[in-house]
Design a protein around this ligand. Sequence first.
Ligand code: NAI
Ligand code: MG
Length: 333
Amino acid sequence: MKYRICVLPGDGIGPEVVEQAVKVLKALPLELEFTYGEIGYGCYLKKGDALPEETIKKVEKADATLFGAVTTPPNIENYSSAILRLRQHFDLYANLRPCRSFPHEISQKGISMYIVRENTEDLYSGVERVEDNGNKAVTEMIITRKGSERIIRYAFELAREKNLRKVTVVHKANVLRETCGLFRKVALEIAKEYPAIEMQEMLVDACAMQLIKNPGQFEIIVTTNMFGDILSDEASMLVGGLGLAYSGNIGKEKAVFEPVHGSAPKYAGKNVANPAAAILAAKLMLEFLGEDEAAKKVGDAVMSAIEEGDVTQDLGGKLTTEQAGDAVARRIK
Ligand code: NAI
Ligand code: MG
C-alpha cells in the first residue's frame, strides 16, 4: 500500500523538526510519497496568504498530513493562525493527544492516557461581542448535539480499538447546566452503546486535581474544547513537556498530525530544537493510517534514544536536531 503524505513544515523550528520526522519515516519499509506545501507567516510574507489554495489542495489529495509549526504575528489585523484555518477548513473535529510516560527523569512514571478534545465549538466558536460601550464583553459557549456526539463516539471507538476499559467524560454540568448538560446527556446516551467500556464522569476542576494527584487512573479523557485545551497542556507537563508532546487533528476525511509546540523563534535555524515531538506526531499518523507495526517501530526507537541519552539539550543531551533525528532513524534500520 502506498501512502501520499503532505508535509507542511511552516515557520521557525517547524522545518527543522519535520525534516527529522520525514527522515525517520523514510527509514521504514513503507512506500511513502511526500509532497511539500507552504503554510504560515513566511508564506504570508511571500504570497500574501498564510494558507494558500494550493496548500489546501495538497492536503486534500494526501492520505495524511504532517505539520510542523507556524508563527502567528500578534499585530496584523485580520490575520488568523494558519493551523486554526486548516483545522476549520477540513472540519478536524477531534484533537487527539496521547500522554505516556517516557524513560527519562523529566517524566512521571505509570502514565498512559489519551486526551480527546473537541476541536471546533464551545467557547472557541468565535461568537463574541462587546456591549454597554465596551464595558461588557460576551463570548458565547456553543455546544451542539452533533459536535458532542461525534467527539464522544470518537473517544469510545478509540477505547474499543486500543482495548481500553474506561472513558472519563469531563464537564462542568453542575454549573453550565445547558451547554455541559447537553454534552453530558449525549455522553450518557452513547456510553450505552458500549457496554464493555466503563464511562466515568468527572467535573473539570476535580479532573485538573486528579491529573496531578493520580494520573495513572486515566485511560481516555474526552471533553469540550476549552477544558481539553487546558487539561491537555497540564497532562503533557507530567510526562515531559513541549519537546515531547504531540497531537493529531482528525476529521471525517482528513487528518493533520503535529507537535504541540509552536515555531520557537529563539531556536530557529540553530539546529537545537528537539525533534522528538514531530517524530512522535509521525508515529501517530502511522497509527491513523493503520500501519501499527511501523508506528510501534518509531515509538520504540524514540523511547530507546531517550533512554540511552541520545537526545537534544532540553532533555539534558548533547545532540543537535539532526543528530537526534539520526539517532531515531538508526534505531529503526
Ligand atoms: P513555542 O512552543 O514555540 O515555544 C515555547 C518555548 O518552548 C520555546 O521558547 C522553547 O523554550 C520551548 N520549546 C518549544 N518547542 C521546543 C522544541 N521542539 N525543542 C526544545 N524546546 C522547545 O511557543 P511560543 O513561544 O509561545 O510561540 C512562538 C510562536 O509559535 C508564536 O508565533 C505562536 O503563535 C506560535 N505557535 C504555533 C503553534 C502551532 O503552530 N500549532 C502552537 C503554539 C504556538
Ligand atoms: Mg494550547
